[in-house]
Design a protein around this ligand. Structure first.
Ligand code: PMV
Length: 310
């Protein structure tokens, strides 16, 4: 009645920013992401206690979203869920994708259920949309009920340098931010239509391993998502001064011949996409940016899996 699983968070190159069905957590447009090796979450689930309990990095948390996922899996016993993020949590790096992916895998195993990756991805989606993509891992596409891996992690030797650009104080959550954008931003529909064009184009560029074109597409997609959010009422401003400084630093690097492009989720941190051979240069340039607290360079990672309990 207990199991432990590991999963990696992911970064999207074509963003998910809007639901077509809030209750079912279905996206308005498809998204493309890659799982990141250093952003790892380990979650253990023990069934059969007298009450639900959810602990994240030693602190007790509300259990509603965990319970919703368990109910959807048909698991009605009480659960003790202990989750640990193996990356600096004070940084405010989002961990819901890796957390819910690991939870889906661990909970179903603890309940003795055998489920396909597709079913596990659909379950993880109910915790957090982007978690659907952390179940298959690698390069993943999510359009409907579940996400699928389109290329394995070793397909392309890229690096993702994450510049931590703020203390991580909670701003507006992705869930609230995308709802506000959909309901109030005059640019939202245009962004969603852009994503529908970007996804097939990004897959084509990924297939061709065309880094300059894929990087440029990812940068535009992210800035357009932020344009959508900035135009919400009230406006959603996720950036810090260091966020903007990183965008300029990467532009300077490209002008100097180093191929590195930014993407930004619903927060201040900048993720620079580059070839493995350029990662050291990109990392040291980002470290020199005023306001950048830490830079974490990641490689692509695989999907969620059971972790044998010792
Ligand atoms: O999975 P959520 O609800 O935290 O939403 C993720 C939204 C973004 O990170 C901004 C984009 C994405 O596709 O991951």
């Amino acid at each position: 009645m207990q199991a432990r699983a590991v999963a990696h968070a992911n970064i999207a190159l074509v963003k998910y920013w809007g639901k077509r069905d809030d209750a079912l957590m279905l996206p308005e447009a498809g998204s493309l992401s890659v799982a990141l090796d250093k952003l790892r979450t380990v979650t253990s689930v023990e069934l059969g206690g007298s009450e639900d309990l959810f602990e994240l990095d030693g602190a007790s948390q509300p259990t509603a979203r965990v319970r919703a996922l368990l109910d959807a899996a048909g698991i009605h016993q009480k659960a003790r869920v202990i989750s640990h993020n193996e990356f600096p949590t004070a940084s405010g790096l989002a961990s819901s994708a890796s957390g819910f992916a690991a939870l889906a895998v661990a909970a179903c195993a603890a309940a003795g259920q055998e489920r396909t990756l597709e079913q596990l991805s659909a379950l993880a989606r109910l915790g957090s949309g982007s978690a659907a993509r952390s179940v298959p891992g690698g390069w993943a596409v999510w359009e409907n009920e579940s996400a699928r891996q389109v290329f394995p992690p070793d397909y392309w030797d890229l690096r993702f340098a994450i510049a931590i650009c703020g203390a991580g104080a909670k701003g507006t959550s992705s869930r609230d931010g995308m709802r506000a954008s959909r309901e109030t931003s005059p640019y939202h529909e245009a962004f969603i239509e852009q994503c529908r064009r970007d996804l097939p184009q990004a897959l084509h560029l990924l297939e061709a391993r065309d880094l300059p074109a894929l990087g440029a597409l990812a940068e535009k997609n992210a800035l357009r998502m932020h344009a959508d959010a900035l135009a919400a009422d009230p406006p959603l401003l996720y950036w810090q001064p260091a966020t903007l400084a990183c965008l300029h630093a990467l532009g300077d690097l490209r002008a100097a011949g180093v191929q590195a492009w930014p993407t930004i989720d619903a927060g201040p941190h900048v993720v620079a996409i580059c070839a493995a051979d350029d990662a050291a240069r990109v990392e040291s340039r980002l470290r020199a940016v005023e306001g950048v607290r830490e830079v974490l360079t990641c490689a692509p990672a695989g999907g969620a899996r059971l972790d044998r309990m010792s």
